[in-house]
Design a protein around this ligand. Structure first.
Ligand code: GDP
Length: 197
């Protein structure tokens, strides 16, 4: 699979704008500013592809990409920005729940980006609860690994596993969107998710 053949299709604000075919979807979620756009850019090998946000929390649209004509990469808006209004938060929850409910059969895997430096937030835990509820396979990408000292890596990964209550089946990838660390592992995981369906 050639990730460089990823194309932006459209931004969606409502369910009717989501894909309706049955090609597999890989879905990217994460707190705003965690580096979700940078991660997607690193995977597709293009700078400035998914928008790198200068204004956290402003991505209210769901961005839809197609990967090498084989599947959809669905970039859900970042959550948990502190200045987001209550209305925006509710709109976000509604959109995500509606999306998971409607499309769960086509979702091959959820990619949840977290910050390798920090304990996952309450919003991250809520997101995992949704992922469990809809029975989607989960890969957690612990981004910004380059910001950790070597001695911090193992304990931080263990804290992420514990806080999100990850199981044996869940994949946890230590990652740096900035340096490209373990990008091959992430790409192989995404390729598997798309091709096994
Ligand atoms: P998004 O809001 O989740 O899409 O996050 P962005 O991709 O816009 O990144 C937010 C900020 O984190 C930007 O300033 C990025 O340059 C920075 N960033 C993203 N990934 C990494 C990483 O792996 N290492 C470091 N040091 N910074 C990163």
């Amino acid at each position: 699979m050639d990730f460089r053949k990823t194309v932006f299709v459209r931004s969606a604000a409502k369910m009717k704008d989501f894909p309706t075919d049955d090609q597999p979807r890989v879905v990217f979620v994460g707190r705003s500013n965690v580096g979700k756009s940078s991660t997607i850019n690193q995977v597709v090998g293009k700078k400035g592809f998914a928008r790198v946000s200068s204004m956290p929390g402003k991505t209210v649209f769901v961005n839809l990409f197609r990967v090498d004509d084989k599947g959809w990469l669905i970039d859900l808006p970042g959550y948990g920005y502190s200045k987001t209004s209550k209305e925006e938060r509710e709109r976000y929850s509604k959109l995500i729940e509606e999306y998971f409910a409607v499309d769960q059969e086509n979702i091959s895997r959820i990619y949840m980006i977290v910050d390798a430096r920090h304990k996952p937030t309450a919003d991250d835990v809520t997101m995992v609860t949704w992922v469990r509820h809809y029975g989607c396979p989960l890969t957690v990408v612990a981004n910004k690994l380059d910001k950790l000292k070597k001695s911090e890596i193992e304990p931080n990964l263990a804290r992420i596993r514990e806080t999100l209550m990850l199981s044996e089946e869940d994949v946890l990838i230590p990652f740096s969107a900035e340096k490209g660390t373990n990008c091959d592992q992430l790409k192989a995981d995404i390729q598997n998710a798309i091709e096994e369906n």
